[in-house]
Design a protein around this ligand. Structure first.
Ligand code: ATP
Ligand code: MG
Length: 570
């Protein structure tokens, strides 16, 4: 590639609407351009980085025995009606009608389409196991597309689907994908962790997410300091610790709390700790209000709540919704005598004589007890785990860290094959439902995650396996015949050796060339300049640590070839 001919529009300024470093650098390095909210064009170098991820994914999927196919992006609504997801999926599913008034949608994921293929094309246990995958553009009408490639509306995903004769066989397929994912993210040069995860809208019983560890990650991961336990915070079960001694139930009292609405203010006014005050929060679950009780020092985990209620969508109610549902002004809501559904975190059921809102302005209730003063329709683990909680598996201490979800593997069971009546004939002659699994990787998100993890003040620092090219040759004397001849020979020699090379042949100042080379994050920079004229040597510089070595051009080709092939080690 020749810089002078390449569409590589680098920017000096930090683009106004970019918040996270990968978004800023992908724009500044001229890798992507925004078309509209959450929708980007991949310019040549951006596409080259994406292709690197795709190739690693493809090699490892093939190695694991999966077969590549390509399904349509436009899907008929009928298939989604069969599985019940046409209603359930929510507004992320972009629905439209074609000229014949047929309802359709843009694929956010492909369980329906692949199950339709399976029920038509796979007939016998002899056709199984099979794992089919594609690398394709997905569309999800995300409510808040943000952070560039990290959360787009249109993005590239690898999605794979396995079909097996039994649970035990499906377990093997799942394990194969789990192992393939470990290889993929290791080969990408990423610092990642596989964690237990919630299954979300895809459904199913069991899943793991692959998280790239980075401060800007939108997910919080809980890691045990003692055992192998690691989980997404959404999933991490809180182990109820034996509480303090059970107190005798005291008489319910109404206490005045003038103008005190927030937990801190109420506690300070009453001279109590937040563990004695129970918050009553209203959520709208598929549009219906539900009151959720947690201790004053705890946070509700919305995913746990969603799972408990079996709701597609759970959002915290605003003040008006709370007032319309309960008639109580903000800050004074409590569970005693309210008409909406009440569910309580398990800890609330384990304490006595607590305080709650009094359901009238300026009042709280004291000595409240679940079971005596109000009932809850469900008592469950509904709060977020904290570092003060014990590991749910071994009781050890926990740490929290942030992660970016780059991959997700699910055991689906027979949910889809049953709703779509997808069966095969087993060896005993019986018709059985396929046991399925599904496995996604956010290919475009991997590029962003790699940058979040690998950058400095000057730009991107690509791990060699993901770099759009591995060497940039800087010709600092484009008007000097000798220097140009050396640079051009280096370029062609390295191409001939199979290296991916960009030559900066622009008639620009050296300072600008150095800056752009750093910004692009190309792992090795080879400079042909004054020192060649003096000593016959060129300069090899490693982007990651700035280490510089001088050598002859022939040595440089050999040296770089060896370094790069070693770092690509498969
Ligand atoms: P998230 O929790 O981040 O919304 P998800 O759990 O809904 O993601 P999956 O259905 O598991 O996503 O999709 C498989 C993979 O696709 C994810 O692990 C992630 O890497 C990627 N992905 C999902 N949504 C987006 C998006 N909006 N933009 C870019 N990549 C995405
Ligand atoms: Mg996921």
């Amino acid at each position: 590639m020749r810089y002078s001919q390449l569409l590589l529009p680098t920017l000096k300024e930090v683009p106004a609407d970019a918040e996270v470093v990968s978004h800023i650098l992908l724009l500044r390095a001229g890798f992507i351009r925004k078309l509209t909210a959450g929708i980007y064009s991949y310019l040549p170098m951006g596409l080259a980085a994406i292709r690197k991820v795709e190739n690693i994914v493809r090699e490892e999927m093939n190695r694991a025995g999966a077969q590549e196919l390509l399904m349509p992006m436009v899907q008929p609504a009928d298939l989604w009606v069969e599985t019940g997801r046409y209603k359930k999926y929510g507004p992320e599913l972009l629905r439209f009608t074609d000229r014949h008034e047929r309802e359709s949608c843009l694929g956010p994921t492909h369980e329906e389409v692949i199950t339709d293929i399976a029920r038509k094309e796979l007939h016998s246990y002899r056709d199984l196991p099979i794992n089919l995958y594609q690398i394709q553009t997905k569309f999800r009408d995300e409510i808040r597309p943000r952070f560039g490639l990290m959360r787009g509306r249109e993005f590239i995903m690898k999605d794979a689907y396995s079909f097996d004769v039994s649970d035990a066989a499906a377990e093997i397929s799942y394990r194969k994908m789990y192992d393939a994912y470990k290889r993929i993210f290791t080969r990408c040069g990423l610092d990642f962790r596989a964690v237990q995860a919630d299954s979300g809208a895809i459904g199913g019983s069991f899943s793991h997410e692959f998280m790239v560890l980075a401060k800007t990650g939108e997910d919080t991961i809980v890691v045990c300091n003692n055992c192998e336990y690691a989980a997404n915070m959404e999933k991490a079960a809180v182990k109820l610790r034996p509480g303090s001694a059970v107190e005798p139930l005291a008489e319910l009292k109404r206490v005045e709390t003038p103008g005190k609405r927030k937990v801190d203010a109420v506690c300070e006014f009453l001279g109590i700790g937040p563990e004695k005050l129970v918050k009553t929060l209203v959520f709208m679950a598929d549009g219906k209000p539900v009151a959720v009780l947690v201790r004053g020092d705890r946070e509700v985990e919305e995913v746990k709540l969603k799972n408990l209620l079996g709701a597609a969508d759970v959002v915290i109610a605003d003040d008006l919704e709370v007032f319309n549902a309960t008639g109580v002004p903000t800050g004074y809501l409590g569970p005693v005598g309210i008409s909406i559904r009440v569910v309580a975190d398990q800890e609330v059921a384990a304490i006595q004589n607590f305080y709650v809102g009094g359901n009238e302005k300026n009042f709280h209730l004291q000595n409240v007890n679940l079971g005596r003063d109000f009932q809850a329709q469900a008592i469950a683990d509904l709060r977020q785990i904290t570092v003060a909680d014990p590991c749910p598996e071994c009781g050890g201490s926990l740490s929290l860290t942030e992660g970016i979800e780059v991959g997700h593997v699910f055991k689906l069971g027979t949910g889809y094959s049953q709703s779509m009546n997808a069966t095969f004939q087993d060896s005993d002659g019986q018709e059985k439902h396929f046991v399925m699994g599904c496995y996604g990787i956010g290919v475009s998100r991997v590029v962003a995650a790699a940058i979040e993890q690998n950058h400095d003040d000057n730009g991107i620092i690509f791990p060699v396996p993901l770099a759009p090219c591995t060497v940039i040759v800087l010709n600092l004397g484009v008007k000097d015949e000798q220097l140009t001849a050396v640079a051009e020979k280096l370029y062609t020699d390295m191409l001939a050796a199979g290296l991916e090379v960009l030559i900066d042949d622009r008639d620009e100042r050296p300072g600008l060339k150095f800056k752009d080379a750093d910004l692009l994050g190309i792992p090795y920079r080879l400079t042909v300049g004054n020192s060649y004229t003096k000593s016959g040597r060129v300069e090899v510089r490693r982007r990651r640590d700035g280490v510089i070595e001088e050598m002859t051009p022939d040595e440089a080709v050999k040296n770089l070839y060896e370094k790069i092939t070693a770092e690509l080690g498969k």
